[in-house]
Design a protein around this ligand. Sequence first.
Ligand SMILES: *[C@@H]1O[C@H](CO)[C@@H](O)[C@H](O)[C@H]1NC(C)=O
Ligand SMILES: *[C@@H]1O[C@H](CO)[C@@H](O)[C@H](O)[C@H]1NC(C)=O
Ligand SMILES: *[C@@H]1O[C@H](CO)[C@@H](O)[C@H](O)[C@H]1NC(C)=O
Length: 443
Amino acid sequence: MVLGRLLLGVVLCAVVASDGDVRPRFSIYETVELIKFDGYQPETHHVTTPDGYILEMHRIPYGRYANNTSEDRPVVFVMHGLMGASQGFILLGPEYSFVYNLADAGFDVWMGNARGNKNSRFHVSLDPDDEEEKFQFFDFSFEEIGMYDVPAMIDYILQYTRRDKIHYIGASQGGTVFLVMASMLPEYNEKLISVHLLAAVGYQNNFPGAQLRRAALMTDIIYSQALRNGIVELFPPNSVEMVPGITPSRELSNARCVGSVEYSYMCELFGVRSLMRNNPDDQAGAALKQIAHYGQNIRDRQFRRYHHGRQANQAAYNETSPPLYDLSLITAPVTMHYSLSDDLLDERDALAMVADMRNAKARKVARDSFLHTDYVEALDAKELVTDYVIEEIIKADLAARPVEGTIATAAPVIDNSTQVTGAASTTVLNVYLVVLSLYVMIK
Ligand SMILES: *[C@@H]1O[C@H](CO)[C@@H](O)[C@H](O)[C@H]1NC(C)=O
Ligand SMILES: *[C@@H]1O[C@H](CO)[C@@H](O)[C@H](O)[C@H]1NC(C)=O
Ligand SMILES: *[C@@H]1O[C@H](CO)[C@@H](O)[C@H](O)[C@H]1NC(C)=O
C-alpha cells in the first residue's frame, strides 16, 4: 500500500479489463467513477472528526451484480496505508482487487480515507491551502489518524448499519493506526469482531532497511528544515507548481537528477528517478509528520508516540520520553499477516507484536517473495491472502451473530500465472528524504 500511489500508473497500464480493454485512468478524485465503471454501486459518506477534519469514505455495499443483499452480511471497514487512499484497493479490477473480492463475497465494504489525503483534505475551519493554516491542518501523524479518524469512521459505520460490531482490515499504516487506536482507546476493541492487519507497521526493532535506518537518523533535522521552508505535505494537489524552482514532475526531477553532482548523488542514493516516474498529482498525499513519526520510530527502535523533544514531551506526556503504545491492551482478535520479503516489516517484529497482544495470531504469506505492497498489488494476493481473510471473516461473523442465513463465499478463482511487476522495493521514507533533500538544497 505504501507505494500504491507511486505505482498507480504502472498498475493501471498493466491491468487489462475482463473484456480485454485497458482500463482507463481515473484520478484519485474519481474513485467513485472507477467503482461504477467496474460495475459496482458505490456510495460516498462524509464523517467529521472531533477535531474538525472532514473525511470521505467510499462504500461498496454489494457485490458486482448487487444480487447478494442479505441483511446479515458482514460489515467490513478497510483502511489504506501511508500516502494511500481508498482507490488503492481497487486498482486491479473486479477479479483481483482486494476490496472487490470482499464485496463479491457478500460483504458490506467501507473504505476509509485518512485526514490529509486528497479525498479527505477538508476541515471545518482550517484551509489546507492557506499559507498560515496549513501548518495547523497538517500537524498530525499516524497517531491522530488512529485516535480520531478511525474511531470516527467506525462509529459512523456502526450507527449507519445499526450494528454493534464490525470487522477491521488495515494495510500497512492502516495497521499502524489500528494498533494506536486499540491501545490508546481500548474500548474500541469491543467494537470489532475480527481484525486483519496486512503488514502492519508497528514495532521497529528489526527494521529491514539498513540504509533507511541510517537515513532515519536525520528525520528530525529534515522535518524541522521542511517546516522552516513551509513544507508540511507530501504531494499536495497541483504539486507540480508547489515550490517555485522545483517541480517534481518527471521531466524536471530527472533534469535535477542528472543536472548537477549534488542532486545526482541524492538521486542515486534514494532512487529518485524511479520514484518520480509518475505524476505527483496521482499521489494521494500525506502529512510530512506522519513520515517523520515513522522515521523516529525506526531511529529509536520503538513503537511510541511522537517525540517532540524532552521539554515538549514533558508538557505533552508528563514524561521526557514519549510513551510506548501498549499493545498488551489490545484484546480484539487480530490476525497479523506478514511476509518474508517485506521491506518495512521484519518477521521478528510481526511475531513480537502478536506475542504482546492478548488475542492475536500470525499468518505468514505462503510466498517468500511477497512484498509489502503485494497485498493490494499482486494478482496472487487473492489466493494467498484475500480468500483466507474472507473465510475467516465469514466464520467470525457467524460465531459473533449466530443466525440461520448463510453468507456468500466467492467461488475460488485460482490464478498462479502472473503478478504485477514493477512493485519497487523502495519505501515511502525514501520519497520523504528525497523530496525534502531536494527542496532543502534548492532553497
Ligand atoms: C449474481 O449475478 C451474477 C450475474 O448474473 C452471477 O454470475 C452471480 O453468480 C450472482 N451471484 C449470486 C451470489 O447470486
Ligand atoms: C506527572 O508525573 C508525576 C510523576 O510520575 C506524577 O506524580 C504526577 O501526578 C503527574 N502529573 C500529572 C498531571 O499527571
Ligand atoms: C448470497 O450468496 C450466497 C451464496 O451464493 C447465497 O447462499 C445467499 O443466499 C445469497 N444471499 C442473498 C440475499 O442473495
